[in-house]
Design a protein around this ligand. Structure first.
Ligand SMILES: [Zn+2]
Length: 435
């Protein structure tokens, strides 16, 4: 049996109050005990002392397009439709391949683990190549091929996309860290028939249905013109929220009635504040979602619209943005934001029985943030520091399934010089294709 213990200055189990001088005992990748140092039986377990530190569950990124790190900084400062139609989709058409996806995923997972993320919800192409990388590293993902009505790098007609999705769904259970879901790109880019087909698939296989919803005012206008209903009303009229675990990314522009539809149907929201700010899409009414009891997780979106996969920065942005928009410093308090980035995210992915909080029996997915930094001293409240002062580079330890992916500030699965080399290879691939 592989058994060890990890000691922290503060341990945040998320379900329950912070534990000062906390310790976590891990047995074969699962949490065997959580408590105060001196009160938990160690039975000779090897102790990793991360102090001075804050321990918490790994962060969950609830909406991203991981492989898009390849286009980080390629086209900025543009509106969503122009950005997609003139830059991103043409670049993807010429560069996305299983080889590119493997390489971009490896680089992106290195970035995410560096900043304390341990699980993602991803919509992209060639997701079987992505799954290989996640399995090899030991990083969790809910992955889905992005179904859409026009030709993509991985399929021509939508029926071919459906066949790929079916093949992936049939392979569920073969992976340790990966679960395939279904992703429909957006209400404006999928026909009614494709929307119904995607929903059927997700329902039949009991997997999450992931979709961009109500991201921009332009989308609301397009859908209203086409169907005489706002996006959420339209999806609800098709029954798309029924009988499935629905993950709605963005959800920036909802009417009161549409919010009530989310609450009644148990729709889960992936909140992407930085992407929504960069593309000037607007500000999602997250304080209202929380008031209505809607489950919300945090997300970065793809690195081409962010431009990083940094969940610490996303926590801080979420906490600050809603305060200034509402002119109310009490909304999105630090603790709620940390909960959203951990347990909230795990619920959005449908993985909260496994991860998202530090409870005996759950998988040992957790991180240690070092407090041995000038900007993190003195400390009165660990939640406050995590949201308002800490940076992703303060993460010193990352464990997924009890395996260290970052140890004393160093990634365990990346070789020296590999990061720059991967970036250079991706850059050459993209520039060659765009020439
Ligand atoms: Zn997106």
């Amino acid at each position: 049996m592989n058994r060890f213990a990890v000691r922290f200055t503060y341990l945040l189990p998320i379900e329950g109050e912070p534990i000062e001088d906390g310790v976590l005992v891990v047995e074969d990748g699962r949490i065997a005990a959580v408590g105060r140092w001196g009160e938990v039986a160690l039975d000779g377990a090897n102790v990793i002392d991360t102090r001075p530190s804050v321990g918490l569950p790994t962060l969950v990124n609830t909406h991203t397009h991981t492989a898009m790190v390849a286009y980080r900084g390629l086209a900025d400062d543009l509106p969503l439709f122009k950005w997609l139609e003139e830059y991103i989709w043409p670049a993807e058409g010429k560069t996305v391949s299983p080889e590119m996806v493997r390489l971009a995923y490896r680089l992106a997972v290195a970035e995410m683990v560096s900043g304390g993320t341990g699980a993602i919800n991803d919509m992209y192409f060639f997701q079987e190549a992505a799954a290989e990388v996640l399995e090899e590293i030991g990083f969790r993902g809910v992955l889905a091929e992005g179904l859409i009505d026009f030709p993509t790098p991985s399929f021509g007609k939508p029926e071919e996309g459906i066949r790929i999705a079916e093949r992936q769904l049939e392979s569920n259970g073969r992976y340790r860290y990966v679960r395939f879901g279904v992703a429909l790109h957006a209400p404006y880019s999928c026909s009614e028939a494709l929307l119904r087909r995607g929903h059927e698939l997700a329902k039949h296989h009991s997997v999450p249905l992931h979709m961009h919803v109500a991201e921009t005012e332009d989308e609301v206008r397009q859908i209203t013109e086409r169907y005489g209903k706002r996006p959420v009303e339209f999806l609800d009229s098709l029954g798309l929220f029924e009988g499935v675990h629905f993950i709605a990314a963005h959800s920036v522009h909802l009417s009161e009635g549409e919010m009530r539809i989310y609450a009644e149907r148990g729709v889960n929201v992936a909140h992407d504040p930085e992407s929504n700010m960069k593309l000037a899409s607007g500000v999602a009414p997250v304080p209202d979602y929380l008031r209505l009891g809607i489950t919300v997780g945090l997300a970065t979106d793809g690195a081409a619209s962010n431009n990083d996969l940094d969940m610490f920065s996303e926590m801080r942005t979420a906490a600050l943005l809603h305060k200034v928009v509402r002119m109310d410093p009490t909304v999105m308090d630090a603790r709620s934001v940390v909960e959203m980035a951990t347990l909230g995210g795990a619920k959005v992915l449908g993985l909260d029985s496994l991860i998202g909080s530090l409870r005996v029996g759950k998988r040992a997915d957790f991180i240690a943030v070092s407090l041995d930094r000038p900007h993190l001293q003195p400390i009165y409240d660990p939640y406050s520091h995590l949201v308002y002062a800490a940076k992703s580079s303060d993460v010193d330890w990352v464990f997924v399934d009890g395996r260290p992916l970052k140890r004393e500030g160093v990634l365990t699965f990346v070789e020296e010089g590999e990061i720059t080399e991967m970036g250079e290879r991706l850059r050459r691939m993209v520039l060659r294709a765009l020439r």
